[in-house]
Ligand binder design. Sequence first.
Ligand code: ADP
Length: 256
Amino acid sequence: MFITIKNLVKEYKLRNGKILKAVDNVDLEIEKGDIYGIMGLSGAGKSTLIRLINRLEEPTEGEIYVEHVEKGEEIPVKKNVLDFDQNELRNYRKKTGMIFQHFNLLNSRSVGGNVAFPLEISGWKKEDINKRVDELLEIVGLLDKKENYPEQLSGGQKQRVAIARALANNPEILLSDEATSALDPRTTNSILDLLKDINKRFGITIILITHQMEVIRKICNKAAIMSDGKIVEQGGVHHIFAEPKNEITKEFISYV
Ligand code: ADP
């Protein structure tokens, strides 16, 4: 398995002294090339789970194994992300792109400047950066907007810039945190088409969290439904839609 999550727990200590289990004993298995959807109502623990996967948060308990090929080797090795040293963590983050609901672009930088940013941080040479930025903007269909600034773009275009930026360092994993939740239905569809295309063309594994069942149905091959920090149902999307077992899943499907 490409990503294996075992008994993952994240507890927050609240001000009243009580403990809240935002992620409660989660087990997940994600294969290379999956578009894996994690769905649940607001407060279910989705953002916390995704932030644990790229170690923006440290779990209270559990393991997150990611398979990767080490330099000079051919056979992939499995490593617990939680055991990474600083260097391994930096490499892992480079190989894990992320996109957000509100795009998180730098307003003081042009479109090209935003896409160049992670490459500058990674120490790329100037002429290589320019070439790579053009390549990335071509992928997301925004080459003609290279000199524009984020405020001159529509929401869908902003998300395309964010996707180009997330792809800059050739990630193996793309994490999407409600990436289409601020967009109208038509724009949502075009962004989902782009994500699917990226998944196919570059073999990037996508983990996306959403509260929209349509998103799951449109592009995911597998999904997990979360409620109160727990995974209450998981499996192939067709199967989940055909035979939902959990009440929460049934309710979600009834909205589509
Ligand atoms: P979702 O993304 O599904 O909306 P979250 O992962 O944001 O859910 O939140 C899950 C639960 O954890 C919620 O009850 C939320 O209030 C709580 N929570 C999230 N972050 C923190 C934090 N830093 N401190 C305390 N509680 C938190």
